[in-house]
Design a protein around this ligand. Structure first.
Ligand code: PAZ
Length: 427
């Protein structure tokens, strides 16, 4: 999950959402006397989150679409993968003008979807609205305008530009096949809360698929959010032009409160900068709660039999594998795919229980300086270390790394299915 860093004020013990954060601290989790207590506190966290943050408007219709999609493919005994893709937003206002976002364009998710479809899976593509989509990604967010892919024929009709015809025909055919066979369901989300509602609903619907279900969590999900009860209804103001109207009502949200907190003797939230160059009254302090650790809920409750693959993004090569292992250990799921921001299109590392770490790399970049090697002459086959990001070749790799990732995941999924079957037969 993505970490964001802001001026975060002191916790307010009385608010219901801060009770979520206190339940979530590792110390509290670790000190839980029994597994039962941990499970019920996790359930409490889940209930508190979903009862205090409203669902997306389209949830009911998405659930119906997903139910019918899953039923159809379950009846054909087809494998179904839920892919999450793109970044979640963190709105700062209910009528949202401003929000916090992240870098993810949805390339990993959209590209992976195409390879899963090719491998015979039915795909539920839970994606950030307007991020990259399978098939259309080849043309939609290109640096060329999509009109450059088109051409006016002699008879005045619009056709594909001859230089793009062959590739476009291939993409179009695959897209039409996926549509005709009803193998691709697209579900959009925007905010972190939308994402969690949709993820929970679809994961729960996938339970009847048992081990044939695969969850492939490539979305870049925010670690922090503004709880609904502390969110300003309207656009956060940058001047005191509305003070006259609002003063009688008193501050209603943290955002309102901190904006009007010009009297230094009052309770303050921005305790990080004791002598700010810009006066307190003109600054905006954003105070975020941690997002509940949904992976735990997913593994233990929402989708207990399906195979769960999460991604771990880092920027520091030194901590990538450690963080991936930590995540696997903490959530007890099946596979963490680690990747670095700068090298994510060149290499990833598979971290799975009881197996050596497996680096997957696009060919042609095997000989590289590994991260941390002091000697510039010391080039090596970097089997077990991240490549040095400063040695990254220019441009894009020659092939899509998802073309290697998906067969490797499929292989592990097959093992997961086989071992589930073996366990069932033993009973
Ligand atoms: O969307 P994209 O292709 O630009 O980036 C993909 C990615 C780096 C977001 C994905 O591979 C990933 O690591 N997702 C998990 C991020 C995290 O929450 O750690």
């Amino acid at each position: 999950a993505l970490s964001l860093s802001f001026n975060i004020g002191p916790a307010r013990p009385s608010s219901p959402s801060s009770s979520i954060s206190s339940v979530l601290t590792e110390d509290t989790m670790a000190s839980s006397a029994t597994a039962d207590t941990a499970a019920s506190s996790l359930q409490g966290v889940e209930n508190a989150y979903f009862s205090s943050n409203p669902p997306p408007k389209a949830l009911t219709s998405h659930v119906e679409q997903a139910r019918s999609f899953i039923d159809h493919h379950a009846s054909l005994k087809r494998r179904v993968v839920l892919i999450t893709s793109g970044g979640t937003t963190v709105p700062l206002e209910k009528q949202t003008v401003r929000f916090i976002d992240n870098f993810s364009a949805g390339t990993r998710g959209a590209t992976s979807a195409e390879y899963f479809l090719e491998a015979g899976y039915a795909v539920i593509f839970l994606h950030r609205q307007f991020s990259l989509l399978p098939y259309s990604r080849h043309y939609s967010h290109s640096t060329d305008c999509f009109l450059d892919f088109l051409h006016e024929a002699d008879d005045g009709s619009v056709v594909a530009n001859p230089t793009h015809q062959e590739k476009m025909l291939g993409v179009l055919r695959k897209y039409n096949d996926a549509k005709r066979e009803r193998k691709l369901l697209m579900i959009p989300f925007t905010t972190i809360t939308d994402y969690l509602y949709e993820l929970r609903a679809v994961a729960q619907l996938m339970r009847p698929l048992g081990p044939n279900g695969l969850l492939y969590l490539a979305a870049a999900v925010s670690d922090f959010f503004v709880p609904s009860d502390r969110m300003s209804e309207h656009k956060i103001q940058s001047t005191n032009a509305t003070e006259g109207f609002k003063q009688q009502q008193g501050p209603t949200t943290i955002a309102d409160k901190s904006r009007r907190n010009t009297d230094e003797s009052e309770e303050t939230f921005d305790n990080f900068d004791s002598s700010p160059a810009v006066p307190r009254s003109k600054r905006l302090i954003i105070d975020l709660d941690p997002v509940p650790k949904f992976l735990k809920m997913l593994v233990d409750g929402w989708a207990p039999e399906g195979m769960i693959v999460s991604f771990k993004l880092e920027t520091d090569p030194e901590i990538l594998v450690h963080k991936a292992k930590y995540s696997l250990d903490r959530y007890q799921h099946h596979l963490v795919i680690g990747n670095l921001l700068t090298t994510r299109k060149w290499e990833v590392v598979f971290v799975a229980p009881n197996q050596p770490d497996q680096w997957i790399r696009v060919p042609g970049h095997r000989r590289r300086k590994t991260f941390g090697s002091k000697d510039d002459q010391h080039w090596e086959e970097s089997q077990d270390k991240p490549m040095d990001p400063s040695m990254l070749p220019d441009g894009e790799p020659d092939m899509e790394i998802e073309g290697l990732i998906i067969p490797a995941v499929e292989n592990l999924h097959q093992k997961h299915i086989d071992s589930s079957k073996a366990k069932t037969n033993q009973k």
